[in-house]
Every structure is written in structure tokens, then in C-alpha cells.
Design a protein around this ligand. Structure first.
Ligand SMILES: C[S@@+](CC[C@H](N)C(=O)[O-])C[C@H]1O[C@@H](n2cnc3c(N)ncnc32)[C@H](O)[C@@H]1O
Length: 242
């Protein structure tokens, strides 16, 4: 039995409202509950990208902007755009950009399923711990494909079911029983019940691979990080750069 919706418009509304509510504690809980490993995961994502040319990098579901800020450090000349559906998350992101004096990182409120960008404009599109939260996966993938330049890169960083049974049961205990209790002490309690349930209900590696293939993406590869608790999915929009 599930407590939450994991597809569709009801999920979309719930997710937006939840992230608006938890935005002020989001960074703190992220680092504490992942024992700081989240910084390593985001770095792996960024280091997997080739240097972009003149076209911008788009970070969808940018949240409080941690990926965008590291992208700017790694590619100082790049133009980075962060987009998120939850206004309060973009508000915190903007605060961090201003506080650090980062230039060339613009943040917009918008929907990853309906990107406010023309076709073939984005050199690389990243989405870190955001794809699982999208209401309509196929619609978002079609949009990612549309805005990428031919040959452009897609990177999805997301939680996954660990492939090792022994590690999986220890991790499962932490993720389903300890994490929601700690989360509830500091933040909206259903947010940290939603997290493990949404990972359980997230499409498998094989399903994701075939969804990307049917959208038109090529060179799909899936890398397990930290015993497969997280996956880094790489794909390329077919065609050569024009
Ligand atoms: C777990 S946070 C990830 C934030 C950030 N990328 C990170 O690595 O910390 C998930 C984010 O996805 C955003 N989100 C969910 N659905 C979205 C959609 N349809 N379009 C854009 N952002 C969305 C939420 O508002 C939230 O900020």
C-alpha cells in the first residue's frame, strides 16, 4: 500500500507544495541525512560533463542551486540556468547566488515538463534528485530532448534500489525507518516518508533505459554510485552539433 501519489497532476501539486514548505531546512537535512555524501554525488555528475561550448547548461529541478553553483565553479565561462517548479526553492537558490556573488547563474521558476526555452538551445541538461519528483516522466524527457542541441548531453542523478541484497537490507532499514524519524524532527514529516516511498516506486534502471531510448536519446549508460544507492544516468541527444 502506498501513502502518496507517484504519477500525474496530484503528485505534481503535492511535490511543489512540499518543497515550498521544506525549502528553508532542505540544505541542512540533505547534508545531515546523507552524511555529506550528497556533495560527492553532485560532483560526480558535474565531472562527467564535457566542457560546454557557447550554449548554456540547464539544471532542471535546481532546488536551492547546489548543482548550478558547482557547475559555475567547474565551468567558469559557462552560462548556467537553474529552473525549479517550487517558488520557495528558487528564492533560496537566488539568496545563495547573491550571497556568494556568483555571476552567470540565472534561476527561473518553471516546469520541467514544459520548458520555457526554444528548441535546440541547451548544451547540457542536468537534473539531480529531481527526475523522481516529476509528475509525468515521458513529458519531461520529451522536453529535455527538445531543448538540447543535437549531440547535447543529459545527466540524471537519482536515488535507486541498491543491487546488493545484504547492503540493500541495511540501507533499507536506515532509509525507511531512521531517515523519516530524523527528518520529522526538523521538517515536515510527510516529506521524509515520501522520499523512501518515491524511491521504491521509481522506475527501474531497465525501464529508465528504455524510456530514454524511446524518447530518442542515444549512448545511454547507467553508473552505480555508493553501492548503487544512487545512479548517474548519461545520455546524448542524437545527431551531430550543427
Ligand atoms: C530533491 S529536490 C532536488 C534539488 C536539487 N537538484 C538538489 O540536487 O538538491 C527536487 C526538486 O525538484 C523540483 N521539481 C519537482 N517537479 C518539478 C517540475 N515539474 N519542474 C521543475 N522542478 C520540479 C522540486 O520543486 C524540488 O526543488
Amino acid at each position: 500500500m502506498t501513502e502518496f501519489q507517484h504519477r500525474g497532476d496530484a503528485k505534481k501539486r503535492f511535490v511543489r507544495e512540499m518543497f515550498d514548505d521544506i525549502s528553508d531546512r532542505y540544505d541542512f537535512l540533505n547534508h545531515v541525512l546523507s552524511f555529506g555524501i550528497d556533495l560527492y554525488w553532485r560532483n560526480r555528475l558535474i565531472r562527467s560533463l564535457p566542457a560546454p561550448g557557447n550554449d548554456p547548461i540547464l539544471d532542471v529541478a535546481t532546488g536551492t542551486g547546489d548543482v548550478g553553483l558547482v557547475l559555475k565553479k567547474h565551468f567558469p565561462a559557462a552560462r548556467v540556468i537553474g529552473l525549479d517548479y517550487a517558488y520557495q526553492m528558487t528564492f533560496h537558490c537566488l539568496g545563495k547566488i547573491r550571497q556568494r556573488g556568483t555571476s552567470g547563474f540565472t534561476v527561473v521558476q518553471g516546469d520541467g515538463e514544459k520548458l520555457p526555452f526554444p528548441d535546440r538551445r541547451i548544451a547540457a541538461l542536468t537534473i539531480s534528485f529531481g527526475f523522481r519528483n516529476i509528475g509525468h516522466y515521458e513529458a519531461a524527457l520529451a522536453e529535455f530532448f527538445r531543448v538540447l542541441i543535437p549531440g547535447g548531453c543529459l545527466r540524471i542523478l537519482e536515488f535507486a534500489e541498491p543491487e546488493s541484497r545484504i547492503f540493500g537490507s541495511l540501507y533499507g532499514f536506515y532509509f525507511h525507518h531512521i531517515l523519516p524519524r530524523i527528518g520529522a524532527l526538523f521538517s515536515r514529516s510527510d516529506a521524509y516518508r515520501y522520499l523512501p516511498e518515491s524511491v521504491d516506486r521509481f522506475p527501474s534502471r531497465d525501464t529508465l533505459r528504455s524510456m530514454l531510448g524511446s524518447t530518442g536519446f542515444e549512448d545511454v549508460s547507467i553508473q552505480n554510485l555508493t553501492f548503487g544507492t544512487v545512479t548517474l544516468i548519461s545520455a546524448r541527444r542524437s545527431g551531430k552539433e550543427e
